[in-house]
Design a protein. Sequence first.
Length: 78
Amino acid sequence: MSEHLDELRRIARAIPPAPSPMSSYLEKVRVRAYEVTDADVEQLRAAGCSEDEIFEQTVAAAIGEGLRRLDAARRVIG
């Protein structure tokens, strides 16, 4: 399983940095993903972000946060 997690980490790191209009949206994805709405995505599109860019950044943020939480749990479990 470790090699699969390493691959996910590599993929998430390969995504280019997000443009600044996405910062609050991506924080929401990381902390309160259940609150993300279509209006959030429409706001990004109105700011000039493409569908592909929104998707890639959303997935990268979700993977990154999931792996961060997994790593924290592993440290606690020991």
